[in-house]
Ligand binder design. Structure first.
Ligand code: EPS
Length: 355
């Protein structure tokens, strides 16, 4: 039994969609909690005026009845209110009538740092918009919705995931200079028992899975677990977390994972976000229509989205932990999952510290 997430949706298309399969039946989903996470993702300082247009709220099209999962694929939808301004330009079907609104003219000026150039070469498009619409971080809205569902599942098992910004450049200075900044965010998971993930194969290692999930978020260029890169500069005697009676650790430099398996300590995942590539003072590029040097495409964008990234990392970490817990505990119904969880904690004589 495994949990899977698929998403679809273009930034200025009609809506974003997520399908979450592999949830047990009987999990209570609180719509307000999902919407609260969606709102948190939109709130950060430095976001584009787009966030004044969007008011992200989740709709559910399948898999839920009266607020409880049915054990069938859960279909989550977050609409793009901005689509109203792009109706012709982003029409899924051949548009009717005269071109109007945004997105009617092809984009031919790829932005360095975005998927624009490589994506357009890969597909042979003559309009960079065909690439940038899906490459946009707008789709993280449905990742957050799916993450909120994962958090509800984890909460039942005494696990909680939180996030924060650890480092952020000077946004006001960057905005004044029509530039952008990146930063570092951290996701932390409490109440995770020892034994999620596996040392047996690389694709089962919890750290590898968390890293892949977090690296899969737009603009993330680095991921570390626990002390990560800093561990490389320490001696073994300084780097590892000594085991105390009760099988707890005196420190947590490993970030809660050893050998690809959770060890019962807090899981700590950090992500480095590059400065956003859409610059109001554009970098040099080439016009793909003429082959001549030109400035990169300028499109309304954020100065920073680091606070939003924290919320998305939280969702990605929650989803991956829920997936690992689902694999470990199995069960068709939530009561089966809870019983398996209790039995496992009893067997390893583990009492979670305050989740
Ligand atoms: C994004 C560019 C901007 C951001 C967008 C991500 O889009 P727009 O040009 O429509 O303002 O606002 O993020 C969101 C829309 C969102 O909801 O997070 C990009 O190129 O990745």
């Amino acid at each position: 039994m495994t949990l899977e997430l698929r998403t679809a949706g273009e930034s200025h298309g009609p809506a974003l969609v997520a399908i979450v399969s592999g949830l047990p039946s009987g999990l209570v989903i609180d719509r307000a909690a999902v919407d609260a996470d969606l709102a948190r993702r939109q709130e950060g300082y430095g976001r584009s005026p787009r966030q004044r247009i969007e008011r992200d709220q989740v709709e559910v099209l399948a898999g839920l009845r009266h607020g409880r999962t049915l054990g069938t694929p859960l279909a989550l939808v977050v609409g793009n209110r901005d689509h109203a301004n792009w109706e012709w330009g982003m029409s899924p079907w051949p548009p009717e009538g005269e071109p109007h609104g945004k997105g009617t003219k092809p984009v031919t000026l790829p932005r360095p740092g975005h998927a624009d150039l490589a994506g357009t070469q890969k597909h042979g498009f003559d309009d960079v918009r065909n690439t940038l619409e899906r490459a946009s971080a707008r789709q993280t809205a449905v990742i957050v919705a799916a993450g909120a569902v994962a958090k509800a599942f984890l909460r039942g098992l005494g696990m909680a995931v939180e996030s924060r910004v650890v480092e952020l450049g000077d946004i006001d200075a960057a905005r004044a200079e029509r530039d952008t900044v990146g930063g570092v965010v951290e996701g932390r998971a409490r109440g995770v028992p020892p034994g999620l993930g596996s040392y047996a194969s690389r694709d089962e290692r919890l750290d590898a899975r968390l890293a892949a999930a977090v690296m899969g978020i737009q603009a993330v260029k680095g991921v570390e677990i626990g002390e990560g890169f800093a561990l490389a500069r320490l001696r073994g005697s300084e780097a590892h977390d000594e085991i105390q009676p009760g099988l707890r650790r005196a420190s947590n430099r490993a970030g809660g994972i050893e050998g690809g398996v959770s060890n019962g300590e807090e899981i700590v995942v950090r992500a480095a976000m590059k400065p956003l590539p859409t610059l109001m003072r554009p970098l040099h590029s080439v016009d793909l229509a003429t082959g001549e040097p030109a400035d990169a495409h300028v499109e309304r964008s954020d100065v920073a989205a680091v606070e939003a990234l924290a919320v998305v990392v939280e969702a990605a970490v929650a989803f991956e932990l829920a997936r690992a817990a689902r694999e470990k505990l199995g069960g068709d119904a939530m009561v089966d999952v809870l019983a398996a969880h209790r039995a496992y904690l009893e067997r390893i004589e583990w009492t979670a510290t305050s989740p």
